[in-house]
Design a protein around this ligand. Structure first.
Ligand code: ADP
Ligand code: ASP
Ligand code: MG
Length: 412
């Protein structure tokens, strides 16, 4: 029989009634003749609560214990869905990451899946006609032999990795929207649902802030060519819509210049004033940050007027602002800047589209449109299929809506 992976996010399993609704979706696919592995997230809000408890318990928490705590949300929902399915007469068994096992590497709290042994699940399909209900977001760390979690939103990655490991025909990611939109539909009501989006575009959208899929899940789908759909769990289980297919660009007929707009508030801006204008300065600033694993994204260096000192501005993840400031102050005698200014009231707005490869002036149009709205751009980056601007956070909605309309993405 063909195999299917179905993943349900937090709002889709937020209470027992919704879990019953999930069971109805599972039953439909089973009736259609699939063997099914279901991946579940924790109930909506649960992971945030668990993370909050860790922070309350200990300021500098041990990542292994953090994982022990935050992985528990998915343990609960996997057991509950198995119970609900059994109650409805469907053979089902729950699986934690360590039981399969899903082996992981890397750091606790943001581990990477290394391998999945699908044999126990396949045996359940064959010998017992059993639906496998798998706790998302977690695995067994191959070095520490402890529970490890995959980073926020990691159940998407559990699902796609399982689909690849089980040779599934499809991976359906059920969520609280009916597909991938041209931008976050909660921010722009005129956003349109896309029937298809290319892997590369989805990868950029996710990396640049669209939380609908975890970045790593898109990478895995692309590498392993997993046919992945994003669709709604709130559709009638008897008559659901297909949602959005994430696919190769060769499978998309009409390619607009800009496919989507993403935004991320997870940015902070650091400006160093009057840094000595001589060789080796950039290294003196950015090496200590790199050694501390702090990701620097946009960088602007102003050409100095006097050839003596210059200003350097760059962005780091908002969560790392304090740490970055400390490191730079420590290195101040070596770098020799006059002042350091940190700001986290900024947002990065990005436009993404494969069509940009073959069109010039796409970003320039955005600069003009934003200027007309009185929005000041503080930093810019561009690459082959996207460009990003950093602006004041207060203008987020206005800027996203402006660019969305500018590139003809608004619903008719
Ligand atoms: P789940 O709990 O099911 O994993 P998430 O909250 O992680 O759901 O992801 C779904 C949310 O992603 C939507 O409610 C929507 O607000 C947000 N989102 C952001 N950008 C987009 C986009 N371009 N298309 C669809 N949803 C988006
Ligand atoms: N429950 C986890 C989170 O909230 C994983 C997920 O939902 O994908 O991040
Ligand atoms: Mg999610």
């Amino acid at each position: 029989m063909s195999r299917l992976v179905m993943k349900f996010g937090g709002t889709s399993v937020a209470n027992i009634e919704r879990i019953r609704n999930v069971a109805r979706h599972v039953e439909r696919e089973r009736a259609a003749g699939h063997d099914i592995a279901v991946v579940v997230s924790a109930m909506a809000g649960k992971t945030n609560e668990l993370v909050g408890w860790c922070k309350e318990a200990s300021e500098l928490f041990d990542q292994r214990e953090y994982d022990a705590v935050v992985a528990s949300g998915e343990q609960v929902t996997s057991g509950l869905l198995a119970l609900v399915l059994q109650q409805r007469g469907v053979a089902a068994r729950s699986w934690q990451g360590w039981q399969i096992p899903i082996l992981t590497s890397g750091t606790h709290g943001s581990a990477r899946i290394e391998s999945i042994d699908g044999s126990a699940i396949l045996e359940g399909f064959e010998a017992r006609k059993e639906v496998a209900v798998i706790a998302g977001f977690q695995g067994l760390h191959q070095k520490t032999r402890r529970i490890a979690t995959l980073g926020r939103g990691g159940s998407d990655t559990s699902a796609v990795a399982l689909a690849a490991a089980l040779g599934a025909e499809r991976c359906d990611i059920y969520t609280d929207v009916d597909g991938v939109y041209t931008t976050d539909p909660r921010v722009v009501p005129k956003a349109r649902r896309l029937d298809r989006i290319a892997f590369e575009e989805m990868l950029e959208m996710a990396s640049l802030g669209a939380k609908v899929l975890q970045v790593r899940s898109v990478e895995l789908a692309m590498v392993h060519k997993v046919k992945t759909f994003v669709r709604s769990s709130f559709d009638d289980p008897a008559d659901p819509r297909p949602g959005t297919l994430i696919c190769g660009e060769e499978d998309i007929l009409e390619q607009p210049v800009v496919t989507g707009i993403a935004f991320s508030k997870d940015e902070a801006l650091i400006t160093l004033r009057r840094v000595a204008d001589r060789p080796g300065m950039a290294a003196a600033i950015f090496m200590p940050l790199a050694e501390a694993d702090i990701n620097v994204d946009m960088i602007i260096q102003v050409a100095s007027e006097d050839a003596v000192a210059t200003d350097i501005t760059f962005t780091v993840p908002a969560a790392e602002l304090e740490r970055a400031e400390k490191i730079l102050h420590k290195a101040q005698p070596h770098i020799g800047f006059a002042s350091l200014n940190g700001a986290s009231d900024v947002v990065k707005i990005s436009a993404i589209g494969i069509g940009m490869r073959s069109h010039a002036g796409v970003a320039a149009r955005a600069f003009k449109a934003l200027a007309e709205k009185g929005i000041n751009i503080r930093a810019i980056t561009t690459s082959e299929i996207k460009f990003s601007v950093l602006i004041e956070a207060a203008y987020t909605e206005l800027a996203v809506r402006t660019l969305h309309a500018l590139y003809g993405l608004d619903k008719a």
